[in-house]
Design a protein around this ligand. Sequence first.
Ligand SMILES: C[C@H](N)C(=O)N[C@@H](Cc1c[nH]cn1)C(=O)O
Ligand SMILES: [Zn+2]
Ligand SMILES: [Zn+2]
Length: 476
Amino acid sequence: MAPQLDGFFKQVDNDAGHYIERLRKAVAIPSISAEPARRPDVVRMGEFLADELKALGASVELRPLGDQPGHPGLELPPVVLARYGNDKNKRTILVYGHYDVQPAEKSDGWATEPFDLTVDDKGRMFGRGATDDKGPVLGWLNAIEAHQKAGLDFPVNLLMCFEGMEEYGSEGLDDLIVAEAKKYFADAEAVCISDNYWLGTEKPCLTYGLRGCNYYSIEVSGPGADLHSGVFGGTAQEPMTDLTRLLGSLVDTNGKIQIPGIMEQVSPVTPEEESLYDNISFTMNDIHESLGSKTTIFDDKKSTLMARWRFPSLSIHGIEGAFSAPGAKTVIPAKVIGKFSVRTVPNMGIEKTNQAVFKYIEEQFAKLGSKNTMKVYEQHSGKWWVASPKHWNFSAAAKAVERVWGTQPDFTREGGSIPVTLTFEQATGKNVLLLPMGSSTDGAHSINEKLDKRNYVEGIKLLGAYLHYVAEEPKV
Ligand SMILES: C[C@H](N)C(=O)N[C@@H](Cc1c[nH]cn1)C(=O)O
Ligand SMILES: [Zn+2]
Ligand SMILES: [Zn+2]
């Protein structure tokens, strides 16, 4: 089956160094979507991708999305839409990925410069975006190029949609997907997204579910300017005191969300679901390795996987305006903004969750009896998604995993979020598959994010092999 794969694999092995150089160029562009000052870099990254795709012979469009909501005059980065191949006798597959990244500063604790791809003697390629999601996005381009260089026919028509705002809730993309579902994406017969991670370091997986994410800010202000704590301490009501008490009321040490109206929305565990967890190749050692410590809430595999995949969680991310430098500054910050998010699961609603969060925080603030001013609002949100893996899209991917990695994949859900996944499914009416490239120790969103050279090179083979097996799936 898929007789051309040996030639394709050989070409990928030959050109591994070239693919790493392509990733190096991409990582060097600090395309941080959360920082408005970096917007020109995000745009430059979109243009870099468009140029690379054009050089490969794809037809490419850079679609503007207008201004970012709440930021008049700040344009959203363009969506890169591309098509490679237009043969009516071939299947058409739509792939999605993102070219923006999370913020990163060397001073956060990186061992190397985050935007300078650094390959160590174990083949670990360190750099912001290496695994999330520049490596996988370039994987599709590398697969096209390898076919060209090996003189092989590309097995499918490939539609591509690469965005630059995924790490900020994919603002603006839902509307484009809906508008293009019956136009640019009309031929798509299935969707594939490579933007998540294996559960461990050795066993590949195919993913059929994601949690959603509602992201919030709590703003507390009082004094007209930052104050001297010797002069004003004990006389002024301090915004930071109020904010930390509010943040401290949201969740307990064991992750139990304290907000009424959240857990009540969660769909009950069915006996069928209970039996799924035993067969997943995952141990507490895997999570201890990727966590870098043994500080897990649960001590068993099933509770840990359930907490990650099918229950909501609440995480506190940071405080804007607070003193955070080393040393000891005796300041009373005048205005502080706490950031937290709730990962959502079936059957939680975005609006219902917002209302529960707002009500609870307003009640908690009223209880403080503070004269300060408090505002709580949603920054962005993304929906959860759970699909059926019983589809030819998943069967083709499973064959590709077996061919490339010599083992059968696990079928997993993911604790992270990819906001447009459900939109692709609903707008196109097609099956969506998540086909990860990176492993559990990659440290996406963390310091020292990396992608192993092995996962990158075999991952390029995996994406290409998936397209070959898709082409062999009978049309029903
Ligand atoms: C799983 C994916 N690679 C990812 O990292 N997604 C982000 C998306 C996001 C950011 N804000 C809200 N959603 C994530 O899960 O944090
Ligand atoms: Zn991602
Ligand atoms: Zn991410």
